[in-house]
Write a protein that binds this ligand. Structure first.
Ligand code: FES
Ligand SMILES: [Fe+2]
Length: 416
């Protein structure tokens, strides 16, 4: 308990079980049972890339032969960071005395040593397994040898499809500067199942930030749904143009969100138009997060469709980088956004002080299901959504879409 103010009130500690992500922490161990994205494939060029995820610093590299490695930064010899290393044909060479490490961490050359020493010493730089899919580099930081499959959710499983190409993106990044938000990952993740804030923060307070037809109309009804993968909501309302929208959004345990098109104009009938990107909320450490997405980009004449934009590419692209926010304090006060709202909850929200109400049902459901995952890991079981059977890893059905009903169709499905 920390002394808080002149009235002698105290601030309880944050909910460590759900929020902390370091090695050995309950949620950190859940997140380590899943492949986590750490970089765009295109970011691994002829230089190593240092990243931080789940409170651990890592050095990523792509050998000249194209293999991706992920090692702990400090060289096993005398600790120089491998971020200064040189990428070679089959590994990364430490800049200091030239020890050469393969992507799996095995040291295969010690140029300052007599022959035979490298073999005898048999050094392994600690390394995590990596995989690449959809333009993203993923790392598995769970116990050695327990890597599951990368879940093939329907929107990113392109087997048998020729209408999209997958692109790895940092959707909220802007151009070239890594997007980092200065608060705990869960504040960002659970925001996905907080649809009521769309009507207040993004409409009433800041204007229609999503340039969408969906933000104006009659009073919506919102239902929260316990799904096989996590938690979803359905948002239904009559729009100003008398069409009706049914919008379903799903948060997949533990840290994936599927946001259907935020720019939907709501002017033409459509049935369950699927969201086009799969986004991971990635904890950097306990007080910072970033995000990576695989975007199913539509093809036109065999080429990525020009002028098309991912559905979650919001104007928050104006705010790249945690320390390079180009907006003034006054601008942020006049037009607060997700970032202000989420960071404003404290670096790590204090759940014990919250007064949860009926509109927070999605948050409550999500937290409860995350605790079930924590319990599974404590019981030495796979948490839900770990996939190991390739036959079950095909177009896993998800629940994020927009449906627009025009009046005559609305009559047919009046109960919707
Ligand atoms: S510190 Fe890396 S080779 Fe010496
Ligand atoms: Fe938002």
């Amino acid at each position: 308990m920390i002394e808080n103010n002149a009235y002698g009130q105290t601030t309880p500690s944050e909910d460590i079980e759900l929020t902390h992500v370091e090695q050995g922490s309950p949620m950190g161990e859940v997140l380590r049972r899943f492949w986590q994205p750490v970089a765009l494939s295109e970011e691994l060029t002829d230089l190593p890339k240092k990243v931080k995820i789940l409170c651990e610093e890592l050095v990523l590299f792509r050998t000249k032969q194209g293999k991706v490695g992920c090692v702990l930064p400090h060289c096993s010899h005398r600790g120089t960071s491998l971020e200064w290393g040189r990428i070679e044909e089959n590994g990364i060479r430490c800049c200091y005395h030239g020890w050469l490490y393969q992507p799996d961490g095995k040291c295969v050359e010690m140029p300052c040593e007599p022959s035979g020493v490298c073999e005898r010493m048999n050094v392994h730089q600690p390394a995590y397994p990596t995989t690449e899919y959809g333009g993203l580099v993923f790392v598995y930081m769970g116990p050695a040898g327990t890597e599951p499959l990368l879940p093939m959710y329907d929107i990113i499983d392109t087997r048998g499809r020729d209408d999209v190409v997958l692109k790895g993106m940092k959707l909220w990044e802007g151009q070239g500067i890594g997007y980092v938000q200065d608060c705990n990952w869960l504040q960002n993740h659970e925001n996905a199942v907080d649809p009521w804030h769309l009507l207040i923060l993004h409409q009433m307070i800041s204007g229609d930030q999503f340039t969408s037809g969906l933000m104006h109309g009659g009073k919506p009804t919102i239902e929260f749904i316990d799904t096989p993968l996590g938690v979803a909501y359905e948002f239904r309302r009559e729009l100003l143009n008398k069409n009706r929208v049914i919008r379903s959004l799903e948060a997949i345990l533990p840290n994936v969100i599927l946001v259907p098109n935020l720019h939907e104009p709501g002017d033409a009938a459509k049935y369950q138009e699927k969201c086009t990107e799969c986004t991971w909320t990635v904890p950097v450490d306990n007080e910072h997060l970033t995000a990576f997405s695989i975007v199913a980009w539509p093809l036109e004449n065999g080429q990525p469709k020009k002028g098309w934009k991912p559905g979650t590419d919001t104007r928050t692209a104006l705010r790249p980088g945690s320390t390079t926010n180009p907006l003034s304090y006054e601008q942020r006060q006049r037009r607060p956004d997700d970032r202000e709202a989420q960071e404003g909850q404290r670096p790590i929200a204090v759940h014990a002080l919250e007064k949860l109400a009926t509109s927070d049902r999605g948050i409550v459901m999500l937290r409860r299901k995350l605790r079930e995952q924590i319990k599974a890991v404590k019981d030495n079981k796979d948490p839900s959504n770990v996939v190991r059977d390739p036959d079950l890893n095909r177009a896993i059905p998800t629940r994020s879409w927009n449906t627009i009903l025009v009046p005559k169709e609305a009559g047919v499905t009046a109960e919707a």
